[in-house]
Design a protein around this ligand. Sequence first.
Ligand code: NAD
Length: 480
Amino acid sequence: MTDQFYTDTLASAIDGEWTGAAGRDCQPVVNPSTGETLAELPHVTHDDLDRALDAAERGWKEWRERTAVERGTLIRRAADILDGRVETIAAHLASEQGKPLHEARGDVAAGIGLMRWHSEEARRSYGKALVRPAGKRASVTYQPVGPSAGFAPWNFPFFNVARKVAPALAAGCSIISKPAEETPASAIALQAALLDAGVPGTVAQTVFGDPDMISRHLIASPIIRKVSFTGSVPVGKHLAQLAAAQMKRTTFELGGHAPVIIFDDADIEAHLDTLVTAKFRNAGQVCVSPTRFYVQEGIYDRFAAAMAARTRALVKPGDPFGDGVTMGPLANGRRPQAVHALIEDAARAGAALLTGGERMDGPGNFYRPTILKDVPEDARIMQEEPFGPVAAISPFKTFDEAIGLANRLPLGLAAYVFTQNLDRALLASDAIESGMVAVNSTSVSSADSPFGGIKDSGHGLEDGAEGLKAFMVPKVVHIG
Ligand code: NAD
C-alpha cells in the first residue's frame, strides 16, 4: 500500500464492492502521535447496510455448503497474502493507533496466526452419536449460526477484527465487521486479502460509520443471527439489551481491571522486566493489562521501588517509528485526560507517585509511564479500568485478604499470580474470579486457548475451539 493507495482505499466493502465517499459523511482518521489528519473515512448509510445484510444472507447460504476444508483453504490463502503485506499494514496501524512498530507487527502476525489456526480447527468440529437401541440413532452436529455482526475496538486494530472474522468464516458464517473508525487501515487490509484470496464479497464484508447507527441497524435485522462485540462495559451492556430483544446469540469481551497478586516468596528479579513490559504494552490500552498490583508485606517497599526504577529504565515513550521506542501515545485525545484524572484522584486519596503522573510536552496524546504506591481501595483508579500507562500498587497481609481484594470488583477477565509455592499458586488460581489466570507469567492469550471473562467482563469465548463453536449451533437429529 502506498500512501495514495491508503487515502484512496479507506472505504467499506459491501457485496464485494468498495464504497466511495460520494454522497456519504466522512470522518478524519487522526495520527495520535502528531494530531495530523491522515485521511478521511466515509461512513456507510442505512441503504449501504441494507445492501450488506442482503449480501450476507446470500453469502451464508452459499458459504455454508462448502466443506470446512475448502473454507480453510481460502482463509489460509488470505493469511499467506497478508504475510507479504505485514510491513505496510503494520506501518499504517502504527500511524493510526500509535503503538510502536514492533508491537504493530505483532498485532498483525497474531491475527494471521489466528486465521491459520481456525482454518485448521474447522475441519475438527466433531459432533457425537448418542447411544440408542439397534436401528435407532441420535446425533449432535454443529452448524454455522448464520450471518454475524462483529464489532471490534481500536486497541488491536487488526487482531481484534481477525479474532471475529476468522472463526466466523471457518465455521461457515458470513460476517459483517465493524472495526473501529479511528483505526481502519489494517482492517481494510484484512478485508482486501480475503477478497484477493477468493472469499466471496458476500461472505466477508466491512463497514465503517456511526457505531450506534450501525449496531442498531444490524442487530435489529432478522438476517443477523449472532453478535460479537469487544469494547467497554457500558456499550457492551447496551448492545446486549438490543440483542436480547431479538433473541440473538452473543459474545461480549468487555475489558477488565486485572489484579496482580505478588506473594512474598515470588522471584521478583526474574519477573520484573516481564511485568513492566506487560504493563506498558500498547501504553496500557489492553483489556488484560496488569493493573492492580497487590504485593505482600515484607517485599512491598522493595517491589514498588524496583518497579518504578525498572519502568524508568525500560519504558521509552515516543514516536512509534523511533529507534528504541517501547511505548507510543494514547490512542485518542480523550484518553490522556481520562488517565490523568484517575491519577490526580488517587494522589488526593493518599497515593504516592513514584514516577510519571503527567502528560508529555509536544503534540500527540503522550502520557508518562506512571507508578503509584499505597493506593487506597476507595480511589477511583481501583474501581475503574484505567486503560492507560499506569500501575497502582497496594499492600496485603494474608492470602485471604489478597483474594478478597482481587475479587472485589464486578469485573473478571484476567488475573496474575506470582509465587514459587505450588499450593499457593493452585489455591489462588482456583479462588480468583476471572476467566483467565496466569501464574508466574503475563501471557493469557494464544490461538488455541479460549479467551473471555466473567461478571461485567462479558460472556462467551473467543479463540480456541470454544471461539470457533461460538459461531456454530448444535443440531440434534433423532432417528427411529
Ligand atoms: P467505547 O466503548 O466507546 O468504544 C469501544 C469500541 O466500541 C469503539 O471501537 C467504538 O467504535 C465501539 N462502539 C462505541 N459505541 C458503539 C455502539 N453503540 N455500537 C457499536 N460499537 C460501538 O470506548 P472508548 O471510548 O473507545 O474507550 C474507552 C474504554 O473502552 C476504555 O477505557 C476501555 O475500558 C474500553 N475498551 C475496551 C477494549 C477491550 O479490549 N475490551 C478495547 C477498547 C476500549
